[in-house]
Design a protein around this ligand. Structure first.
Ligand code: HEM
Length: 405
């Protein structure tokens, strides 16, 4: 059986602008040579649905190993490297389980539903400010949305939002594998580290409680489940993991709806339909691509995965695999098997925030459709890089503002 390094595999040009604008023709061509695996400039990329579903649960063989990214940048010994090596997403086995268990209770379907009124309040507040403009860059609007929701869940004052948003954008640049971004993401990391320290100190000193996420994390520290550094890293992970993901998915949803005015009108009056739209978006046009390192040699579907290889999993490509979803290019919220998608990953690291993500996107879509009538494109779309979170960098729209109902 061929080792992955010796295989002749098609190459996917992830950095190219035409790939970012529409990756599917490239993937369809690549499938002619291998059904689920390709190369990219820095390693190997899994794009098939079945390979995602079957490989991701194999946590003993494939681990996030974010140390590979630290080495790639040559930044061993920095505080950012400590974050990458010690925070939950980079952990495996018992340490990962302990860290995840310390916050799991705050991420159940029930807690996401309890947070819905807070989410609606945050979105309505944002819309009061943005909707009267009649035209804006929807990607810019959407960038405030997940930070505002997370700040709402953490009980953080809205005045902190722009600073946090800026620091998040810098920190996330570390996942682009672009060495020119090193000073920017180190600065973003330092800012978030300082901010989380102040946040925890202020809450502990005030003695205030709102039974929200921050209280749950502080309680985990008091109970000895987390130390101070782990608590602050956890806050940073939650903000980072929930930011680009929700913002990009919401922007892609708006983009999809621009050509589907009847669906947009229905979203304004039918929240159950919003949930179907969100789920089909998660299948059809999702965003996350993430890393694994092979920690133990193994064979899968005639491919020998050799130790030390870095592999990326591309959920935006897996959702349009024709072997998993009939007529995969068609966007159809009535589709029956949509929720088999791998948009939230699989296995031990499956998205912790998936219920919050769904709830905030459904609530957001419903309210936005009520306030932005007849949305249309008002300028050129600009696409983001495919790695690590695909989507639109700019989506200028015009619309008729409608008052809050
Ligand atoms: C549309 C929105 C979202 C998408 C598509 C998404 C997708 C994902 C994916 C694919 C993973 C697995 C990564 C891996 O296996 O390495 C993941 C993990 C994670 N997500 Fe999300 N996510 C979304 C929103 C959120 C939100 C809103 C939060 C927080 C409130 C969040 C928190 C997390 C955390 C903490 C992890 C790491 C879990 C672990 O390592 O055990 N996500 N997400």
């Amino acid at each position: 059986m061929p080792a992955i390094t010796e295989m002749t595999l098609p190459e996917l040009p992830l950095e190219r602008a035409d790939f970012c604008a529409d990756p599917m023709p490239f993937v369809e061509a690549a499938r002619q040579h291998h059904p689920w695996l390709a190369r990219f400039s820095a390693g190997y990329i899994v794009h098939g649905y079945k390979a995602h579903a079957e490989l991701l649960p194999q946590d003993d063989k494939l681990q996030p190993g974010l140390g590979g990214i630290v080495e790639y940048y040559g930044l061993q010994g920095t505080h950012w490297a400590r974050f990458m090596n010690e925070m939950m997403v980079g952990q495996s086995g018992a340490t990962h389980q302990r860290l995840r268990a310390s916050v799991q209770g705050a991420f159940t379907p029930r807690s996401a539903n309890t947070a819905r009124p807070r989410m609606r309040a945050v979105v309505s507040h944002l819309l009061d400010e943005w909707a009267p403009r009649g035209t804006f860059d929807f990607a810019d609007f959407a960038s405030y949305f997940p930070v505002a929701v997370m700040c709402g869940l953490l009980g953080v004052p809205v005045g902190n939002i722009p600073g946090i948003k800026h620091a998040l954008e810098l920190q996330i640049a570390s996942l682009t594998l672009d060495r020119a971004m090193i000073p920017a993401f180190l600065a973003g990391h330092d800012a978030l580290w300082e901010w989380t320290g102040e946040l925890v100190r202020a809450r502990e000193a005030s003695g205030a409680h709102d039974d929200g996420l921050l209280d749950a994390l502080i309680a985990a520290k008091t109970a000895g489940q987390l130390d101070e550094t782990e608590l602050r890293f956890m806050l940073m992970v939650l903000l980072v993991a929930g930011y680009d993901t929700s913002k990009n998915l919401l922007t892609l949803t708006m983009n999809m709806m621009l050509d589907r005015p009847a669906m947009w009108q229905r979203c304004a009056v039918d929240k159950a339909f919003c949930a179907q739209v969100v789920e089909e978006m998660l299948r059809h046009s999702t965003i996350a691509t993430f890393y694994r390192t092979v920690v133990e040699e193994f064979m899968y579907d005639d491919v020998l995965f050799t130790k030390g290889q870095m592999i990326i999993f591309a959920t935006p490509l897996a959702g349009r695999d024709p072997t998993a979803f009939p007529d995969p290019m068609l966007f159809n919220p009535e589709r029956v098997n949509t929720n088999r998608h791998v948009s939230f990953g699989r296995g031990a690291h499956i998205c912790l925030g998936m219920f919050i993500a769904r709830a905030q996107l459904e609530e957001g879509l419903h309210l936005i459709a009520q306030r932005l009538k007849n949305p249309r494109l008002a300028g050129p779309r600009q696409w983001r890089l495919f790695l690590p979170a695909w989507g639109l960098r700019e989506l200028p729209i015009a619309f008729e503002p409608a008052p809050a109902g």
